[in-house]
Design a protein around this ligand. Structure first.
Ligand code: XMP
Length: 518
């Protein structure tokens, strides 16, 4: 594929590389991310309008520090280095990088010391603006041709430019939201300096994704797609169905950990509405027995992930000739679970659809949503004309209710949680709040509390309610229900769900909490 209207992002393994592409997509510019070690001939053949070098967990001073292919400095297109990318550009073009005395991490003030086409119409000389920094090393000497255009307390060369060659470098991260003008800066680079067009849309993503699926799967390849009832796997299935039609078979592994009524909905929608071949495996008893007495959240995820794949594998063998397994893995799952560079990033949770995959699984993965954030998946679903009730649905984790019952899981607890969760969601819908909330759910606490109902003493379970707002699931704020709304919800739950006599509301944001309790 050539990308002569777009920007090539070379990835050096930063956790936020995908955000660069996302920001460009948001301003309608097509961007493709390739690993730093991509072949020079391939880079040339892509004919990009400009190139961005990402950040990295590595140091330019490391012996095995990854380099950028020399070709990118000879193609006559603008290059923007971000953080490690800036330092690398300096090191490769004859400047000098050294270890800083102190790390500069978090919000920093950027002082604009010169006017530059990179800042045109955005930042003027003498102004100060907030940016986000994350670096230990810093540029100590500029390559010839470069001049500084901004400084910060920890970086004398916080932004640099060689305007003749159109090479630019910034020590800060324009792609993260903590650099409020960062998206504008990337837009200036892409559109004004590189001349990239701004007409890219989700419709183009859909066409590209369909083509990529066809390329990966081939003329005759058969794909199995695991359905979970959630937005991600549903969009994945419909997209693949558009790409290869009846060569897609959906497998719905009913692990018995779904919300109330969801299993039935999945079967109805995919086999009847979309007419996609569907294998329904009811494995709830198997999952429950494997999870018996298991308390540790990571162990739960691994068991569920393992059993999932086992059942898929069995189903796959029944579907003659299927060699591919489709999954609705999203970008936040990818960065929270694995690192582009190997073991440089910290694993926060091993999301079952990424980290829990057994090595031995003999199906090749098809993951068309891997570069997308949740809101982009929804936009893609709308592009595919999928029903709004499904597209607007709150995210639901692969391991389902199992990670909303801290401690050991029993059938009784599952039923209790399922009922309470259904009442909670119904109350939110009736109050017209469902679409204002990113994700709402109940957690059954491993605690029983004393209460009084009528004239009798009760000794029942306590429930925690969670509702958060978020744009991508990576950070989250507690939803600000009014006290009256919370009281009404709590009253309904205690009245309607026998076995729960106390309701609490979780007011922890992410970070420091995570959205799920486990
Ligand atoms: P956390 O709890 O990590 O959740 O803040 C972020 C988002 O990811 C969902 N989540 C999962 N999704 N498998 C999934 O498919 C998992 O193991 C998993 N754990 C968390 C969570 O519901 C939230 O939307």
């Amino acid at each position: 594929m050539t990308m002569n209207a777009g920007i090539l992002v070379l990835d050096f393994g930063s956790q936020v590389t995908q955000l660069i592409a996302r920001r460009l997509r948001e301003v309608g510019v097509y961007a493709e991310i390739l690993p730093f070690h991509t072949d020079s001939a391939h880079i040339k053949s892509l004919n990009p309008k400009g190139i961005i070098l990402s950040g990295s967990p590595m140091s330019v001073l490391d012996k095995n520090a990854p380099n950028a292919p020399e070709i990118i400095f000879k193609m006559g297109v603008p290059v923007l280095g971000i953080c490690y990318g800036q330092q690398l550009m300096c090191a490769q073009l004859g400047g000098k990088v050294e270890a800083g005395e102190a790390r500069e991490f978090g919000r920093a003030e950027l002082n604009i010391t010169a006017s530059s086409p990179l800042f045109a119409g955005l930042w003027g000389q003498g102004e100060a603006h907030q940016v986000w920094m994350s670096h230990g090393d810093k540029v100590a000497k500029l390559p010839s041709g470069f001049t500084p255009i901004a400084t910060s307390e920890g970086a004398p060369f916080a932004a640099i430019a060689d305007e003749t060659q159109q090479f630019y470098g910034v020590q800060f991260h324009p792609e993260v939201i903590h650099t409020p003008d960062g998206k504008k800066l990337l837009e200036i680079f892409a559109k004004s300096l590189c001349g990239a067009r701004g007409d890219w849309s989700m419709a183009s993503y859909r066409d590209q994704a369909i083509k990529a699926i066809r390329d990966q799967v081939g003329e005759e390849g058969k794909v199995i797609c695991g359905l979970s009832g959630g937005v991600d796997s549903s969009v994945t299935a419909v997209l693949i169905h558009e790409a290869i039609g009846a060569r897609l078979t959906c497998v719905f592994v009913d692990h018995g950990l779904m919300r109330k009524g969801e299993a039935e909905e999945v079967v109805e929608l995919f086999s009847k509405h979309y007419n996609i071949p569907l294998v329904h495996e009811d494995a709830s008893d198997l999952f429950l027995s494997k999870l018996e007495n298991v308390e540790d959240p990571e162990t739960k995820r691994k068991i569920i992930g393992g059993a999932f794949i086992e059942i898929f594998d069995k189903a796959a063998k029944k579907i003659k000739g299927a060699k591919f397994l489709a999954q609705g893995t999203l970008y936040p799952d990818v960065i929270e679970s694995v690192s582009v560079m190997g073991d440089n990033s910290v694993t926060i949770k091993s999301h079952h659809n990424v980290g829990g995959l057994p090595e031995a699984m003999n199906l090749e993965l098809v993951e068309p949503l891997r570069a997308l954030f949740k809101d982009e998946v929804r936009a893609l679903g709308r592009e595919l004309a999928m029903p709004e009730t499904l597209i607007g649905r709150h995210p639901f984790p692969g391991p389902g209710l199992a990670i909303r019952i801290p401690g050991a899981i029993t059938k009784m607890k599952l039923n209790l949680l399922r009922e309470a969760d259904a009442v909670y969601l119904d109350a939110i819908r009736k109050a017209g709040l469902y679409n204002k909330i990113w994700q709402a759910f109940a957690v059954l606490l491993p605690v029983r509390a004393v209460g009084v109902m009528g004239d009798a003493r009760s000794y029942d379970y306590a429930l925690a309610l969670r509702a958060v707002t978020s744009t991508d699931g990576m950070t989250a704020e507690t939803y600000p229900f009014t006290p009256q709304q919370l009281t009404q919800i709590a009253t309904r739950i205690v009245n309607e769900v026998k076995g729960i006599n106390r309701v609490t509301y979780d007011i922890t944001s992410k970070p420091p909490g995570t959205i799920e309790w486990e």
